[in-house]
Design a protein around this ligand. Structure first.
Ligand code: GDP
Ligand code: MG
Length: 374
């Protein structure tokens, strides 16, 4: 979907800056932004600070400029929700988000806003397009990190630098999008996906290394990024995001089943009760699959867990029957030709039953057992 980017006539930009402990960097940044304003780009600045208590509030009191606003959140925390808060409080048609640490050059703001007026759905200050660059001195680890994160964003956008954190979107595009989930650190990527931005323009920037304060890129942030990618997959590719985990859980079920038979066999080896052993292993494996499928493949289902469980077991019974009859058929045809023993027939039968079950169970579970909520 392309939005009405070209209908944005306003020259005014709301610059939103989330901050945590950035009092050291803010004065220079605000001065650079003020210089852009003086050169004819009408803008307001909204800084959303998470109760840093580092002099940020005093700084704004001293500056006392009507176009520079500070919002201090006393109880809430988090980069993405801070950005959303700033967007909520903004007044102009063009919204631009940037870091406070000086890594994003505010001098690129007019070009990024112009890209929207020229019809883009979204514009990014980009390190990885011709003319863009990164300041030397990035550790190898940080570079690898950024590259991996970028590759993981590939299924959602072909933008070369979706991670820069320096981006611009029209209010109308944001409002027309799906509800946003401020999970994780990459609200830019969230906006591209949820607001279905197709025409994304990259404006080359020189990305500086922060001079003051510390980066918040921690292990926790990386874990949250992974969860964020999963949630975006579920939004953009709902079928695939359900079927793939379903297939993997199915595979794990084979290992669980074989393992259970082996373990049960060590202390319960009577031949007469072999059928009972198999039944116990089958039931436990089904329960294993149910628990994981419910979490990973049918995360969005509504309804009672008991009903779901019995539905799941009932659906499983059909591929088990297929396996049984296929095994029986091949064992019989083996008898006639003298070539097919029972273990081989069992193997062929279970491969057929599993392949059938993979497709059949997924469809039945998706449409009958784990029905989606509204
Ligand atoms: N309000 C708010 N801002 C944050 C939070 N975490 C990071 N920031 C700000 O978000 C921007 C990006 O964070 P930064 O540490 O530079 O991340 P990096 O560029 O990936 O190293 C900076 O301006 C931070 O001050 C947070 O929890 N709340
Ligand atoms: Mg930064």
């Amino acid at each position: 979907m392309t939005h009405q980017g070209s209908s944005i006539s306003s020259k005014s930009v709301s610059v939103i800056i989330p901050t945590y402990q950035e009092a050291g960097s803010l004065p220079t940044l605000l001065d650079r932004i003020a210089a852009i304003r003086d050169s004819g780009c009408d803008l307001e600045v909204i800084v959303v600070d998470d109760d840093s208590r580092d002099g940020t509030e005093e700084l704004f009191e001293r500056r006392n400029n009507p176009w520079e606003r500070l919002i201090v959140r006393r109880t809430e925390r988090g980069l993405s929700s801070a950005v959303l808060r700033g967007m909520d409080e903004s007044n102009h048609d063009v919204l631009l988000v940037m870091d406070a640490d000086g890594s994003h050059p505010p001098e690129a703001i007019p070009a990024m806003a112009q890209a929207l007026r020229d019809g883009a759905d979204f514009s990014v200050g980009s390190r990885y397009v011709p003319g863009g660059s990164t300041e030397d001195g990035w550790g190898v680890l940080r570079w690898v990190n950024s590259k991996i994160a970028t590759v993981m964003a590939r299924p959602f956008t072909s933008v070369r630098d979706p991670m820069s954190g320096f981006f611009c979107i029209a209010r109308s595009t944001w409002k027309a999008g799906a509800e946003l989930d401020p999970i994780g650190y990459k609200i830019g990527l969230e906006l591209i996906v949820k607001c279905r931005c197709v025409n994304v323009v990259e404006v080359p920037i020189h990305f500086s290394t922060r001079r003051e304060g510390e980066s918040k890129l921690t292990l926790k942030v990386q874990w949250e990024y992974l969860l964020h990618i999963i949630s975006l997959c579920r939004f953009k590719y709902p079928r695939l995001s359900s079927f793939l985990p379903f297939a993997l859980v199915g595979l794990s079920g084979i290992a669980v089943y074989v393992g259970l038979l082996a373990v049960l066999g060590t202390f319960w080896s009577s031949d007469e009760t072999a059928w009972l052993r198999i039944l116990v292993a089958v039931l436990l494996t089904m329960t294993w699959n149910f628990a994981w499928d419910r979490r990973l493949a049918f995360w969005d289902a509504r309804g009672s867990i008991v009903r779901q469980y019995f539905g799941f077991v009932a659906v499983c019974a059909i591929p088990l029957l297929v396996t049984y009859f296929a095994t029986y058929f091949f064992a019989r045809s083996g008898e006639d030709t003298g070539g097919f023993g029972l273990p081989t027939a069992g193997l062929v039968g279970s491969v057929i039953g599993s392949a059938f079950g993979l497709v059949f169970n997924w469809f039945c579970n998706r449409w009958l057992v784990f029905r989606q909520g509204k």
